[in-house]
Design a protein around this ligand. Structure first.
Ligand code: ADP
Length: 474
């Protein structure tokens, strides 16, 4: 199988003919050859997006017609659920059932939501009591560079391209090197849905392709999801042309379980938050804080739950955890299970399994600055700390430079609101996890990024507001 760029409506290899192997992390064998984008391919893609923006119909298409085409795009995504599921399973080891049952519907929903939101959203009209009538136009920003990570390749790519397209921009999408296939399929399906050539371009390749995109002067917006280190490099590159950036970066989410929590429900949610997608989630609840009164009961059930999770062939519908996404990532995650990284911590259950698998791993007793507790591990690894008072628990949860997400479990209404207000995080889930209302702002504080997307926050990022004042002569 060959996986190609989609540039200006054409499927194409790289200008210099370069390609790389797409490794299936379950078989650990190459199953496809991927076009390896370089500077020239990025230039071609930005030129195609520019032309489609400057002279093509897309930015000038009425919102109803644009919405109709985007809904057709979403229909095609749903119709290709099996192909997307196969793509993500083979590219990164994600269980097929999770892609088909969760990621594909959410991807289609991303497209549908923003298509409708752009069409139905209100305009800003200001009272005409000064002899002027003033209104605000939200005009498309231009060419959007969307750089996506490998952990939710389809879902996060659509989360970026949906608002960009809905508000009339053209896009160059650069997926992660490990997960090119669903992005290439998105590029082809956009054309099949009737989006004009050059509106959605896909350039495949490694970091240098992303870097070439972020320093290109023809790019008007950069939306990125990935590591904090790469986010810093992108912010620096974007500064050269003052290109606005939206950066959703790493996390080290805390989950607080209070004495007054519904323990079984808390166990169920925290297991999902720590180990879902093999922990390869920026929103993961990878630091668990449990109040003393409930600690023993909770831990007994949590460890048993972790041990009951089924690892295996990701294409088997019974599998809950596949392998980690790549050899390099497996090395990184298992590097956190060494004595130095554990910082005195004890592994209650888990550890490296076979091949590129890591079992759900629960660690206690580590030092506060142990790398496994401090850094974003991005694997099925959770550290557990006991706390006594609400104030202490919230303080511990906030003791990280990240500020993306946090969870808390309590049946006490007052505590729920009080603790939610005290947590430094862009998203707080009370007695749940991973709930996303697409109208709400999404993003993080501190090392977790810059900016928010979602609903009107996306409109703000992907458009240039223009104030028009018209004199009314009497
Ligand atoms: P990870 O370290 O987990 O691979 P990254 O944040 O480096 O995560 O990757 C996320 C995305 O950013 C991928 O598409 C990757 O190719 C891209 N990328 C990596 N380095 C750069 C860079 N310097 N500039 C722009 N994009 C980059």
């Amino acid at each position: 199988m060959k996986i190609l760029h989609v540039i200006g409506g054409e499927e194409t290899g790289s200008a210099d003919g370069s390609a790389y192997a797409d490794i299936d992390p379950y078989t650990r064998e190459s199953y496809a050859e991927v076009a390896n984008g370089g500077e020239k391919d990025v230039r071609r893609a930005v030129a195609a997006a520019r032309e489609a923006f400057d002279t093509g119909p897309w930015p000038r298409t009425g919102l109803a017609e644009r919405g109709r085409l985007l809904h057709r795009f979403a229909d095609l995504i749903e119709a290709h659920a099996a192909e997307f599921a196969d793509a993500e399973t083979r590219d990164m080891g994600k269980p097929t059932s999770a892609v088909a049952g969760h990621d594909v519907p959410r991807a289609a929903q991303n497209i549908r939501f923003f298509a409708d939101h752009a069409r139905l959203g209100g305009a800003d009209l200001l009272p005409s009591d000064t002899g002027h009538h003033t209104y605000v136009r939200h005009e498309p920003a231009g060419v959007v560079a969307a750089i996506a990570p490998w952990n939710f390749p389809l879902m996060l790519a659509t989360w970026k391209i949906a608002p960009a397209l809905a508000w009339g921009n053209t896009v160059v999408l650069k997926p992660a090197e490990d997960t090119p296939r669903s992005a290439a399929l998105l590029g082809r399906l956009a054309l099949a849905a009737g989006l004009p050539p050059g509106v959605l371009n896909v350039v495949l390749g490694f970091g240098p392709a992303g870097a070439a995109l972020t320093r290109h002067p023809g790019v008007d917006r950069i939306t990125f999801t990935g590591s904090s280190t790469t986010g810093r490099a992108i912010a620096a590159a974007a500064a050269a042309h003052l290109t606005p950036v939206s950066l959703e970066l790493g996390g080290k989410g805390a989950a607080l379980v209070f004495d007054d929590a519904d323990v079984d429900s808390a166990v169920e949610w925290t297991l999902k938050a720590a180990f879902g997608n093999s922990g390869q989630v920026c929103l993961a609840g990878s630091r668990l804080y449990v109040q003393s009164g409930v600690y023993d009961t909770f831990m007994e059930r949590f460890v048993a739950g972790a041990e009951a999770l089924r690892l295996g062939d990701p294409s088997d519908p019974d599998t809950q955890l596949g392998p980690l996404a790549s050899a390099a990532h497996h090395r990184k995650v298992t590097g956190y299970l060494t004595p130095d990284a554990l910082g005195g911590g004890r592994i209650l259950t888990g550890g490296a399994s076979h091949d590129w698998f890591v079992r759900p791993t629960v660690i206690t007793g580590m030092a506060a600055d142990a790398p496994v507790h401090r850094d974003e591990v991005f694997g099925p690894v959770v550290t557990v700390t006991r706390f006594d008072t609400e104030r202490q628990g919230v303080g511990l949860a906030n003791s990280t430079p990240y500020g993306l997400s946090a969870m808390l479990f309590t049946e006490n209404l007052h505590r729920a609101h009080r603790a939610a207000a005290g947590l430094r995080a862009g998203n707080v889930w009370v007695n749940c996890f991973f709930v996303r209302d697409l109208r709400a702002p999404f993003g993080g504080a501190g090392d977790s990024g810059i900016g928010r997307e979602g609903g009107l926050y996306s409109r703000e990022f992907f458009t240039e507001p223009k104030t028009v004042s018209v004199r009314i002569a009497h």
